[in-house]
Ligand binder design. Structure first.
Ligand SMILES: Cc1ncc(COP(=O)(O)O)c(C=O)c1O
Length: 386
């Protein structure tokens, strides 16, 4: 079989063996409905509450502040929509570089005249201009939610969450941060850094897909997001994804236990890739912030050339999975809203390489060799596999 290198870990990570093993009993023998009062139900209920305690403990929250969801998208929808319907928020301050689930939730509310929206200016790395944010915050007394992502999933740029939290507190604004790219990769403690809503998705830190959580500060009294039974303390009805919840907690526990080793290993790989790419293609530049950036993400801007349009496809054919940060509609690739928002030139091609604890130096060397070939010859030289 031909070699494949997976460098798209910001999209999703592979599940860890230990996580799978922790989940297995809840996919096989421990199948009781946690709402049932018999022993089978009590077993799975205990597993869920154990997982909640674990997640809460890892971010300094209390168990009553953690709700399991289907993932980052649902958590972000819940935070933004409930803040408007239940907390009386009349204005949202957000940025043009947020993930689609935040952007489209805000637009949904705005299009229905439920909320005013102010966009904070961002710099060329996609990071919000805090002076402009303060100007916006001080310009109105309307109850405000600030929704700004901790780290940008395309560019990797990392916002100063402490400074953001302090600023929101100063002006009495509610704060939501999309922490989907940072939970499990950075220490976050809601005691030290007060936030009203944050979100996590297990598949970004070697857990299963389709499971996430939302942290909701206990000062936020919101109504159920999904109506039905009394699961998740009435906030999100529906029989729980028990194996997913157990897997999420296990993955998060492992991620934080092994955090310093992972940071050291992956940071080194990112630096190596950066250096090697600059050697083979001196005209590249990097889109994320040079220092305030995810150690897992490297977004490279390649110069215009015959290969540019089909670079991601050529890499795929050569055995490398990377991401283009582009939306594909009607077969035509267009630049993502994030790249547009930072003014990335449309004739250059941005490629996001994202690393994991499984990535090796050999993976990077292989990628560089393939990339050098593609850049030297143009896409036409890359033949489709038989
Ligand atoms: C920053 C960010 N927010 C939200 C999401 C959505 O998470 P999920 O895929 O779990 O719904 C993602 C995943 O791509 C993300 O990177």
């Amino acid at each position: 079989m031909s070699r494949r290198v997976y460098l798209d870990n910001a999209a999703t990570t592979p599940i860890r063996q230990e996580v799978l093993e922790a989940m297995m009993p809840f996919l096989t023998s421990n199948f009781g409905n946690p709402s049932s009062i018999h022993q089978d139900g009590r077993t799975t209920r205990a597993a869920i509450e154990g997982a909640r305690k674990m997640v809460a403990g890892l971010i300094g929250a209390s168990t009553g502040e953690i709700f399991f969801t289907s993932g980052g998208t649902e958590s972000n929808n819940m935070a933004i929509k409930c803040a408007v319907t239940d907390l009386g928020v009349k204005r949202i301050i957000t940025s043009p570089a947020e993930h689609h689930c935040v952007k489209n939730s805000v637009e949904h509310l705005h299009n229905r005249h439920m909320v005013g929206v102010d966009l904070v200016r961002i710099d060329r790395y996609g990071l919000p201009d805090f002076a402009h944010l303060e100007e916006l915050l001080s310009s109105s007394d309307a109850p405000t939610l600030v929704s700004l992502m901790h780290a940008n999933n395309e560019l990797g740029s990392l916002l100063d969450l402490d400074a953001l939290s302090t600023l929101c507190k100063k002006y009495g604004a509610w704060l939501h941060s999309d922490t989907v790219q940072t939970i499990g990769h950075y220490q976050i403690n809601v005691q030290q850094t007060p936030i009203d809503f944050l979100s996590g998705a297990a598949h970004k830190f070697y857990g299963p897909k389709g499971i996430g959580f939302i942290y909701i500060h206990n000062r936020c009294h919101i109504e159920p997001f999904i109506d039905g039974g009394s699961q998740e303390r009435n906030m999100r009805a529906g029989t729980e994804n028990i194996s997913g919840i157990v897997g999420l907690a296990k993955a998060m526990q492992l991620a934080y236990t092994e955090l310093s080793e992972d940071v050291a290993l992956i940071s080194e790989l990112k630096a190596y890739m950066k250096e090697r790419i600059s050697e083979i293609c001196p005209d590249v530049y990097f889109n994320g912030h040079p220092t305030q950036s995810l150690y897992t993400v490297l977004n490279v801007s390649f110069p215009p050339g015959p290969y540019a349009e089909l670079l991601i496809m050529s890499l795929d054919i050569a055995g490398i999975s990377a991401s283009g940060g582009s939306a594909c509609s009607s077969g035509a690739e267009s630049q993502s809203h994030v790249l547009n928002a930072i003014g990335h030139p449309t004739n250059r091609k941005a490629v996001r390489f994202s690393f994991s604890r499984n990535t090796t130096r050999e993976d990077i060397d292989f990628t560089i060799d393939q990339l050098a070939g593609i850049l030297a010859m143009g896409v036409h030289a890359v033949s489709l596999p038989a």
